[in-house]
Design a protein around this ligand. Structure first.
Ligand code: NDP
Length: 797
């Protein structure tokens, strides 16, 4: 073609990247890779090897080992053995290794980029300019955190052996997001890459060898998720599981390790809204969509796959979008001028196509830019659906392909409602030239990341992760580090509850005097009112010597449901400033102080402890309320220092409606220590008080009523603790649950909470000394009472 002709047509010439270095690399390994265990390349027990193909041309790239349970066991043993020495290194020493890894990846970045593109099918432009630079950035950033751990996280220590399972959409990037913070915090790792894309992880293992990372600190078991993945998740010596992938597998893993005490973080799917208001800069928004849904062929968990456009501009917007789609170039991912490469595998291609056909059959209007989509590999054309109803499958299910589903809205309230009409909550993009509108909408969207006039922003210094069925936990930023550490004080938790000594004579005398003129059956407390239980039954309450002291209502599933409804109906508490909430909490403390004698007597009556220790419990409860009144306006966010020109605001937000199952020890203090931090952060709560000693909570109704706590912020359902707790764990409208009880109870809660993917925080049969401030209060409680939302706002030139 002549230059003049090119100017006339403006067609692109081919600009292929050479595959030679990657091909040479594969050849140098005879295109066959073993497992990386304890710093050695190890043949798999099964002697089986799986194949990795280039999805752009279906050619065989390499074979890699298929690990089984025995290999996983070997790898976990190696990681366990390596742990003490690695954890004992100074932060500075660990930082040097992470820095060396960052430098080596940087040095070999082109090889990594080419290999990733061959294995995954994504354009070289993306692996070269986005994936690998983000990987390098992650190791640099976390080299810094390794150095700073001992000062900035001085109360914390490593978790232990971490089992990590990653997907195929950003193979090396997902490895970096998991491995860098884990190693920085002093943990050792066994990683299972996705079977479609194991090659860059194996090259990464060679980098670890090159920098002299101690043997066993990092191990790779390639193979099938259902074999190697399952074995890793369930291995008894794995202390934490970190998973990124589908919501279904996330739920399986959650259930499998329920009650084991293993830490878990899940980064799952999404159906993220991309909201365009009528005053948006339309051309920028169109380019935003290209990045949101056609980046990495739409195989992105945070892809802006649901386009919500204000009705007044919808037609014009769709027309421009269709024009732009015609200009997207789909083809050989090794071509530097290609916009979209190949789908990772035939199976994923078929999944996408099936959902697209379903969309057509459900009456949605399809538009596909089919021009020049190659036939040989797994190439899927950019696809747009309009006329989509909110209930259509394609509006609700994650397609994980280059398919955009569009809907319109009229008012900004409707935009928020549509945005939140999803079981997921990973990310959202908001496009408007009106900063007030953008900043009004951002906090209302249930998502871990909100991008204002931008999309798909991610950086090592900012947390990434979701709400709801998008999983829990954060990766990146200081918030991400907490996934890989635990409080040193946890080692001091006891395996038995500390129960104050019962003193017979004194308590008998006291209990009689207090019982003289009270109604012995206390009611439930729902929506700010005392309520009779749905079943009409009550439970006897006994003291420490098994003597009858009164009755409480026996709540059931319907009472929990009513309490959850009341908690959702209360809208004012979360919107109050921390300052206002603090005043209410101080008021609660003041009212409790006025009645401290009565509360102490009640504790004595239930537990038969001495007056001194009952008084100490009340005094400590008042102090604890002060702690969280103090924190209410001080547990604030951060502006992260990301590499983009953005202000990235990490905002702690209330989890929403939380279920709180109180400990049995310390009837008043246990209730206060769990309920008050949750409401201090703006949550509304449904509380199941101690089953054994419920009266401190039921007496508290009056304190709540006289302290300006809105009706519906604290709801209390008494009854059989574990039965009610299970109802809460199953309830779809409870966003998080704290449980302090038995080991078996913990297992049930984690198992049942998997369905709705609610966040859980449990004691795993370990007991705190609630009277000790180091164990009974602190930021840990606030962290579990909040979600961090990162709001990205363009800033500067
Ligand atoms: P999966 O969730 O199945 O795979 C993710 C990782 O988990 C892989 O390493 C996989 O291994 C492993 N795995 C699979 N089953 C188990 C198990 N029972 N126990 C432990 N590990 C397991 O995702 P798919 O690859 O099947 O993709 C399916 C859908 O998942 C996509 O269409 C997309 O909707 C979603 N997805 C979401 C991602 C995200 O980033 N949120 C990433 C990838 C997919 P193996 O490779 O052997 O299957």
């Amino acid at each position: 073609m002549e230059i003049k002709e090119i100017f006339d047509t403006m067609v692109y010439g081919p600009a292929p990247e050479s595959a030679a270095p990657a091909v040479d690399y594969l050849e140098s390994h005879n295109r066959t890779f073993d497992l990386f265990i304890n710093g050695e390349w190890t043949k798999p027990n099964s002697k089986q090897y799986m194949e990795s193909h280039n999805p752009a041309n279906k050619e065989l790239l390499a074979k890699f080992a298929e690990a089984d349970e025995k290999d996983v066991d070997k790898a976990v043993k190696a990681a366990k053995e390596a742990l003490p020495k690695w954890a004992a290194l100074s932060g500075f020493e660990r930082a040097k290794y992470l820095y060396a890894i960052a430098r080596q990846i940087q040095k070999h970045s082109r090889l990594f980029a080419v290999l990733e593109t061959l294995d995954n099918g994504k354009p070289i432009r993306e692996t070269r300019d986005i994936d690998i630079p983000i990987v390098v950035r992650h190791f640099y950033h976390h080299a810094g955190w390794a150095k700073l751990r001992d000062t900035e996280l001085r109360d914390y220590k490593e978790v232990g052996v971490i089992g990590q399972i990653i997907p195929w959409n950003f193979p090396l990037m997902m490895l970096a997001w998991k491995v860098a913070p884990a190693l920085a915090m002093g943990n050792t790792v066994v990683l299972k890459p996705a079977e479609y894309t194991s090659l860059t992880a194996l090259l990464f293992a060679e980098i670890c060898e090159k920098v002299g990372l101690p043997k066993g600190v990092f191990n790779i078991v390639t193979g099938k998720g259902t074999v190697a993945g399952t074995a890793l998740v369930n291995h008894k010596d794995v202390n934490k599981v970190a998973f990124t992938g589908s919501t279904n597998v996330g739920k399986i893993i959650r259930r499998e390790i329920a009650g084991s005490g293993k830490k878990i973080s899940l980064e799952l799917g999404g159906k993220s809204p991309f909201i365009v208001f009528e005053d948006a800069d339309i051309d920028s928004a169109i380019e935003g969509i290209v990045d949101a849904i056609w980046f990495n062929q739409g195989q992105v968990c945070c892809a802006g796959s649901r386009l919500l456009v204000q009705e007044s501009i919808a037609e014009k917007f769709y027309a421009k979008l269709k024009d732009r789609m015609l200009n997207l170039r789909v083809g050989n991912p090794m071509d530097k001028a290609i916009d979209m490469g190949a789908i990772v595998d035939e199976a994923q291609f078929k999944t996408i196509d099936k959902l697209v056909k379903l969309g057509i059959s459900e009456g949605c209007e399809i538009y596909q830019a089919k021009n020049a989509v190659p036939k040989n590999g797994f190439f899927y054309p950019p696809t747009l659906f309009t006329d989509v109803s909110t209930s259509a499958t394609i509006a609700q299910e994650e397609i994980f392909g280059p398919v955009l589903v569009a809907m319109t809205f009229r008012s900004h309230n409707e935009a928020v409602a549509l945005a939140n009409n999803s079981r997921y909550g990973l990310a959202a993009s908001v496009w408007t030239e009106n900063i007030n509108l953008a900043l009004d909408v951002a906090p209302k969207i249930k998502a871990g990341m909100v991008w204002i006039n931008c999309t798909n922003q991610m950086d090592a210094s900012a947390g990434f992760g979701g709400y709801r069925e998008s999983g829990f936990g954060r990766e990146g930023g200081k918030e991400g580090l907490y996934e890989y550490v635990k409080l040193k004080i946890e080692d001091e938790f006891s395996s038995k509850p500390t129960v104050p000594k019962a003193v017979k004579t004194k308590s008998e005398k006291k209990s009689k005097s207090i019982l003289e003129d009270i109604d012995r059956t206390s009611k439930l407390y729902i929506g700010g009112k005392q309520a009779r239980p749905d079943g009409g039954y009550s439970l006897n309450v006994m003291n420490a010597f098994g003597e009858y002291i009164g009755e409480v209502s026996e709540g059931n599933r319907k009472d929990i449901r009513n309490a959850v409804e009341a908690a959702h109906a209360e809208k004012s508490w979360a919107g109050m400033t921390g300052h206002t909430r603090a005043q209410v909490l101080y008021y609660i403390a003041e009212n409790l102080a006025i009645r401290s004698e009565e509360f102490a007597e009640r504790i004595m009556e239930m537990t038969n402890q001495s007056l001194e220790s009952a008084e100490e419990e009340v005094e400590k409860s008042i102090e604890r309320i002060y702690t969280y009144a103090a924190f209410a306006d001080k547990y604030d966010g951060q502006a992260h220092s990301t590499v983009q020109r953005m202000v990235t605001l990490a905002m702690p937000e209330a989890v929403g409606v939380m279920g709180i199952v109180c400990p049995d020890e310390n009837p008043l203090l246990g209730f206060i220590s769990t309920v008050i931090p949750a409401i201090a952060m703006g949550n509304n709560v449904v509380v199941i008080p101690s089953e054994k000693h419920p009266f401190s909570a039921t007496d508290f109704y009056q304190i709540l009523e006289t302290s300006d706590v809105p009706g519906g912020t604290v709801n209390i359902v008494t009854g059989h603790k574990d039965e009610l707790a299970k109802e809460m764990a199953k309830h779809y409208n409870i966003d998080g649950i704290w449980y302090f009880g038995t080991k078996e109870g913990c297992k049930d809660i984690e198992f049942l909470a998997a369905d709705s993917m609610k966040r859980t925080w449990l004691n795993f049969g370990k007991y705190r000394n609630w009277l000790d401030n180091a164990q009974g209060e602190g930021e840990e409680f606030l962290r579990h009472a909040t979600e961090i939302k990162n709001i990205w706002i363009p800033y500067g030139a």
